[in-house]
Design a protein around this ligand. Structure first.
Ligand SMILES: *Cc1c(COP(=O)(O)O)cnc(C)c1O
Length: 420
């Protein structure tokens, strides 16, 4: 009993679990998936909340990637520990892969391997966390950034993405938010959750703004080259000579293998500005503490990047184009949902919920709970990505299931519509 009243030193001062679970897609979807009754005889559940299409036969990764893993494993060359920044052949292959899209050549030394893009986020946020500093994040955005910053006690501020301007960055807001302690701004392009792709001109303006403010740009390009609208994908590193850029990416999305956990953190800074600060050292220090991606996956990277046929990517882009068309068209038939911008990249779209047309729905979370209970369809509440009373929908599923799901959403909305 005496022990209970004692003041233990290891008491957590700040409740990180709450701040983190508010920004946790997995925990929100876990609760929604938990609401599904497995004994229910209705049509099977359809999951439009997450962004992992790997289970669908039409999104299965290329045999080239699978064979590369088998070959690396059987070579017995990748059974030991790797260097903290990753094995050289993999770093060289990633440098080549990214340089093919840049006006300058990256060196393998610019590339650091991570356990997926998620660990690249963890490392860059940890490296930038210092007392008094702050960082600028997009809203809506990807909640792992907020969660990581909360864990590292790094203050974050939000600038808006503008729904009526194709989800471009509100650059005036960036200028207004930044102060002498701002270290970086984050962009996600192609966009999660909005499915937008920034133009060359807009990316250049972002770089010029960052340069004026004296901050770096962290470019989350995990949807690298997953662009199927009019704007081609342009890497932020293109403007690395205007403001230094740290590029984050992975094979998770383009190769549809998020479970393989192979990503990268790349210094795209042709003028070497970051080298003069302690940032690169800090990143290396952080990586030397982290667990590395499995070495046989590292060993497979050169073949995966060099030998994957264009046909594989073309086929995935065709499916995504078709699915995003279905999604956009079906949403037009649903009165209480509006889609301000047709998706042109990534796997997601944001839609606005018009609560005034619904009778008994109080907010986006309520909408998602009732939808899963009544129709076995899962959407992600917008609040999870920073926009209350919006919804994030993934269209990266088998197109026939997508039609089915949006049909069920339509009946749900009609059933809950306010009576005239
Ligand atoms: C999926 C995703 C990540 C995480 O990627 P992994 O390689 O699976 O760790 C990071 N950022 C964004 C925007 C994502 O959508």
């Amino acid at each position: 009993m005496e022990n209970k009243s004692k003041q233990w030193r290891f008491k957590v001062k700040k409740d990180l679990t709450t701040s983190v679970s508010n920004f946790n897609i997995r925990s929100v979807l876990g609760k929604l998936h938990g609401a599904i009754d497995a004994t229910d005889p209705r049509p099977p559940p359809i999951f439009l909340g997450h962004g992992d299409p790997s289970a669908f036969p039409c999104f299965r990764t290329t045999p080239v990637a699978e064979d590369s893993i088998v070959d690396a494993l059987r070579s017995a060359k990748f059974n030991g520990y790797a260097p903290a920044i990753g094995v050289l052949p993999a770093r060289r292959a990633i440098a080549e892969y990214l340089s093919s899209n840049l006006p300058y050549k990256l060196s393998p030394d610019d590339v650091n391997l991570t356990s997926g893009c998620a660990q690249a986020i963890e490392v860059v946020i940890s490296a930038l966390s210092q007392p008094g500093a702050n960082i600028l994040f997009p809203r809506p955005g990807f909640p792992a950034y907020e969660a990581r910053a909360a864990f590292s006690n790094l203050e974050f501020r939000h600038f808006d993405l503008l729904s009526d301007k194709g989800w471009e960055v509100d650059l005036d807001a960036v200028e207004a938010l930044a102060d002498d302690n701002t270290v970086a701004m984050v962009i996600i392009n192609p966009g999660n959750p909005c499915g937008n792709v920034f133009t060359y001109q807009h990316l250049q303006k972002i770089a010029e703004t960052a340069s004026r403010l004296g901050i770096m740009v962290i470019a989350d390009e995990v949807y690298d080259r997953i662009a199927f609208g009019t704007n081609p994908f342009v890497p932020m590193g293109t403007f690395g000579s205007i403001a230094p850029v740290i590029t984050l990416g992975s094979i998770s999305k383009r190769w549809a293998v998020p479970g393989w956990r192979l990503g990268w953190l790349v210094i795209t800074d042709p003028n070497g500005i970051l080298k003069e600060t302690k940032i690169v050292e800090s990143i290396h220090g952080c990586l030397s503490l982290c667990a590395d991606p499995a070495t046989f996956i590292q060993g497979a990277i050169p073949k995966i990047l060099e030998d994957t046929k264009e046909d594989f990517f073309k086929n995935i882009l065709n499916i995504l184009t078709h699915a995003s068309d279905i999604c956009y068209e079906r949403l037009k038939d649903i009165d209480c949902l509006t889609c301000p911008h047709k998706p042109e990249g990534s796997m997601f779209v944001m839609v606005k919920l018009n609560l005034s047309l619904l009778e008994d729905i109080v907010d986006d979370i309520d909408f998602c709970y009732k939808l899963v209970k009544e129709e076995n369809v899962v959407f992600l509440p917008g609040i999870t990505v920073g926009l209350k009373n919006w919804l994030r929908i993934t269209f990266a599923i088998e197109p026939s299931s997508l039609e089915d799901a949006l049909g069920r959403v339509n009946s749900f909305c009609q059933r809950h519509a306010k009576k005239q």
